[in-house]
Design a protein around this ligand. Structure first.
Ligand code: GLV
Ligand code: MN
Ligand code: MN
Length: 413
């Protein structure tokens, strides 16, 4: 294993221990463990010779400036928030490969035709507010101000969190203006089984599937679990449960082009001897075909309405976020493909079912992504694993890609 890979693994392991829970890795946005991980990333970027700033949402951005003052920004990044009970590779791997790239590029900074930015994005998972890409949308300049009023399970809003250290009015100041972007690159674990099946360490990414995130609430009536006759109840949970099975049924019926998940559920009053009066749950639904996705969301909405009417429940359907499918840039992906071929790997181009920060950035700049093999395709799970050898390939491919970009963009300066 070379020195860069060893350093990256040491740091990845260190970040993997920074958690809000003693039992598992859990690093929701703007929590103490999140802040601690951000401080470390800031330190490592500074040590790599970058000029580092933290913006009002918590993005940590390190810049290695080109000597050409007209140069544009090329951004390499990923996220440092995590889901609950996470694996340690999802997010941090891409940031740490970025830091290795900066260490490599520092030696050759004189020849850099663009400002190399390494960014640790604040909130990609959206686990705390059920809304993803808070960080990348600030850098891309498309942060939706309506998100500010979103509240977490404790009633704390995004606005309150931002205003602890900064000011929401300053959000636009932290964007890279659209005409100053050159491109974006993210290294991420595949989170699926294809590379393992192909016995290949890395590949480029074709694009990212579209995704809708919804919050759905069912309202019935609380009652005594011992005295309320079964046929006279308005059990909000039973309505939600019937709907969750419909979600699975629709997902299975269209499994070639759709995935749909109810992953979060809150019951009120959540007490064993009380009939649930209110249930709020998430719906995460994804497809590469936006029209089809819209159709499926409409169909599910009709099914939910029918269930609610039949069970005399009230339902509230809230589309929290809707992201279209995005494509990776053909020209940048060709430069990445050349970098992959140069280490003797046959080029493969996969579609990402998982969401990534590039979704927001694709609105203003061309994006590229490199996937690194995940053992058994497992992710969002502590069993997530990517081997040191594969990480070494990812670093080498990224260095070769940087060299290709330096040549391609250097010619034009
Ligand atoms: C992020 O991991 C997502 O795809 O939801
Ligand atoms: Mn991720
Ligand atoms: Mn994730």
């Amino acid at each position: 294993m070379n020195q860069a890979t060893q350093r990256l693994l040491d740091r990845l392991n260190q970040l993997g221990t920074i958690s809000n829970s003693p039992d598992c890795l859990s690093r929701y946005y703007a929590t103490p463990a999140f802040e601690k991980a951000g401080d470390l990333l800031n330190e490592w970027m500074t040590e790599a010779g970058l000029i580092v700033t933290k913006d009002c949402v918590g993005n940590i951005r390190g810049i290695l400036h080109s000597q050409n003052s007209d140069a544009k920004h090329f951004v390499v990044g990923s996220h440092y928030d995590s889901v609950h009970n996470a694996g340690k590779y999802d997010g941090p791997l891409g940031i740490l490969v970025g830091i290795e790239l900066a260490i490599y590029a520092k030696e050759k900074a004189n020849a850099l035709p663009f400002h190399l930015n390494i960014v640790a994005f604040a909130d990609e998972e959206g686990a705390r507010f059920n809304t993803s890409y808070l960080g990348s949308s600030v850098l891309a300049g498309n942060f939706n101000l309506e998100w500010l009023d979103r509240k977490d399970d404790d009633g704390i809003s995004i606005k309150e969190l931002i205003e602890k250290e900064g000011n929401v009015a300053s959000i636009p100041n932290y964007a890279i203006p659209a005409d100053e972007w050159l491109g974006y690159y993210e290294v991420h674990i595949e989170q699926g089984p294809v590379l393992e099946d192909k016995n290949q360490s890395v590949c480029s990414v074709k694009g990212i599937a579209g995704q809708d995130r919804l919050t759905i609430s069912w309202e019935g009536m609380a009652g005594h679990a011992g005295t309320s006759p079964m046929d006279l109840r308005k059990d909000a949970y039973c309505g939600a449960a019937e709907f969750a099975l419909k979600v699975e049924e629709v997902g299975l019926k269209h499994k070639e082009k759709l995935v749909a998940t109810v992953g979060k559920l809150n019951l009120f009053p959540n007490t064993s001897n009380v009939i649930p009066a209110k249930v709020t749950h998430s719906l995460d639904i994804r497809s590469a075909d936006k029209q089809f996705l819209n159709q499926m969301v409409d169909d599910l909405n009709k099914m939910a309405t029918e269930i609610a009417e039949r069970r005399a429940l009230k339902i509230n359907w809230d589309l929290v976020q809707s992201n279209p499918p995005v494509a990776c840039d053909i020209r940048l992906t060709q430069a990445l493909t050349n970098a992959i071929s140069s280490i003797g790997i046959e080029p493969t181009n996969l579609l990402s079912g998982a969401g990534h920060d590039g979704v927001m950035i694709a609105e203003v700049a061309p994006i590229t992504m490199l996937f690194v093999r995940s053992r058994a395709g497992i992710s969002h799970n502590p069993l997530e694993y990517t081997s040191p050898e594969d990480i070494q390939d990812a670093i080498q491919v990224s260095i070769n890609y940087l060299e290709n970009l330096t040549l391609a963009f250097g010619d034009k300066e």
